[in-house]
Design a protein around this ligand. Sequence first.
Ligand code: ADP
Length: 594
Amino acid sequence: MQHLKVLVKYFVQYKWHLILGTIFVFLSNYAKVLQPQMIREALDVVLDNIQQYHTATTPEQKNEIFNNVGAETLKFALLVLGLAVLMGVFMYMMRQTIIVMSRLIEYDLHKEMFTHYQKLSTSFFKRNNTGDLMARITEDVSRVRMAIGPAILYGLNLFSTFVLVIYAMLRVSPKLTLFVLLPLPLLSFIIFKVSTIINRRSEIIQQNLAILNSTAQESYSGIRVVKSFAQEVQMTDLFEEQTLNYRARTLDLIRVESVFFPSMALLIGLSTVLTVYIGGLEVIKGNITPGNIAEFVIYVNLLTFPVTAIGWIASLIQRASASQKRINDFMNEKPEIVNPVIDPVDIVGEIVFDHVSFQYPVTNIQALNNISFTLKPGERIAIVGKTGSGKTTIAELLLRMYDIQSGSITIDGKEIRDLDLTNLRRRIGYVPQDGFLFSDTVAGNIAYGKPNATGELIEEFARNASIHNEILSLPEGYQTIVGERGVTLSGGQKQRISIARALIKDPEIVILDDCLSAVDADTEQKIMNYFKENLKGKTTIVITHRFSSMSFYDNILVLRDGEIAEQGTHDELMKKGELYKEMFERQNVEINNL
Ligand code: ADP
């Protein structure tokens, strides 16, 4: 329960919803409890009149009694109807306050969690898998909502029904009340125990369902691999095994439920039998009227639903507490990288890496070791080297996705740790290796970092990235939805859209991470020509695997195992005749052999 303490601030925030809701619950139950009393009175009046009818001697008297019964029953019927309407109105109001409050809190939780997620550093997202992050913001929040809304509502309902019904019962006959309530503690205990079993089994079913879902999802996403390896039968077998498992678990649950509901009906029936039996004896003794028995039978029925809800409420709260713990764990995570100042100054673009070493958190992989280089404003640098040599890490460090452990990285003479983080990232045009596109239109994706970009500007940058014509041939041109929910683009198309997306921001620093690897040689040449002409004045870092247009760069860093093995211009490195020359020539041989 202590995990749910954090919710107190929301209850304070929405105190009026809660206070009014509580009042409405009581009013609604009050109207409900009055109904059996009306029925009792009606029944007693009818019985009374029947007796008088039998003893009446003249037809006039009999007629009068007959009319009297009609009028009286109509009066009580209208009263019961009126009370039912009143109860309904208050019920509507209690849902409008308490359930609405739970939805408002759910909205706040969603918003707060999403905002918090956005602040956390990339290493947090590496440590936690996407499914888990999603589950916390959707499933866990919805479980907490169930405890705030339905559990509070039914809890209040339970409490007020008990107080009002038992008070009404005691007023009639304490003895009868005692007997009638006798089976209820047993009933609630059994319900609590059985609900625990039901919940445990439901959890197992949920887990099985999650496994089933992920197998299905994987085989759909990977359908090309499944088919090309002719693994359909094996996948079907795997799926069948998991569905069988799922079926067995659901049958386990049904077995418990099948015993549970009839036993409940039996215990409730027992209460009714006791009411009628003990009540009958009391009527004979003249302590109560026959109408009281009818009244009590209705009371017993009024109590059964709240009693059955006890176990359910308890388990809702238990689950919510576990979910809230998981939410709290995340909300207590502190972002490792924070913005030190708001100071959106212009950036000129001088970059200096001075003896930079960097180890990735969690894995402790030493990605960079003693890296030093300088880039004057407007200079262009290429970074080459084998996969895993640390090229992308350099780009990520400049964007301050991670903080370095030793050395310094400065831009325009200032440590990047001390710069305005948002401003820094806004002024760097980064084309990452996997040009991730959102489920949005092509135009929306290009204008991602510059939301007010006009259609013409978007088109201009698409032309610059040699993708304009291909966009036009998409079903709805620039308005075509791409990404997960839209058309599938080729790797090269995605790369070029993400080039347009990075450059439309008019950044002072440009970082291109192997962004032409999936583009054909002609298009690559066109884009390189555009870079040559138009990236003048922008400090540019290009990570590449292809040794084309190497004279474009003022400096080339050759990385090996996180260290700079060589650096210089293309001509210098060729003259030196070591690693760079070797890599350059190997690639030319490969190209010539094509
Ligand atoms: P390159 O871009 O040259 O292929 P990277 O900079 O991506 O190389 O990787 C350098 C080293 O750091 C590799 O050994 C890689 O496994 C490791 N690495 C890269 N990204 C991460 C990460 N997010 N967490 C832990 N280790 C990483």
